[in-house]
Ligand binder design. Sequence first.
Ligand SMILES: [Zn+2]
Length: 185
Amino acid sequence: MMVIETAESYFARTPGTPGAERVIHLHWYRRDVARFVPTEIAPSPVAVAVVNYGRWIVRCPFCRGAQFAARDDRRFFCTECLNEAVARRWIRVRWPAAATITGIDEALLARPGDHWRNWEPGASVVQLLAENAAGNWHHSWSTPRDWTTGEIVTASIMNTHVRDEFNEAVAAQASSAVLAIQVFG
Ligand SMILES: [Zn+2]
């Protein structure tokens, strides 16, 4: 079954470990700090869950990191910066209402590929469905992909988001160079 991925669907099943803690157990990067699970939750800031390339993710508000969002455990702890900004506590994650999540997931899964499965707060399900109805799926330069902790980087991900994007950029540059020669040559 195809799903918009979450921490629960993506990471190995670890019975007894809530979704947001899986990344701590499976993908602890820091060699200078022994692994720990925070016990407290900071009152602020609150991070937001967004959809990026077919994945519900949370962007770290403190560093450049990002993680799969845990739908059933709405906390976030960055295994890169360790949430140092809030004294190594969890922060909360805001999700849309349950019915809206379902609407977003269904609208995005109706699209032909992960390229077009993106959602940010402010876009309604009605808007997503209207975009689906328009069905204009051609793209050249695509929405940047967020890299997430613990995600397996495959050849197709790298080829799509690095090679193909560079190819687009080189082609665009070459055509503006030609234009410059035509105008100024
Ligand atoms: Zn961070």
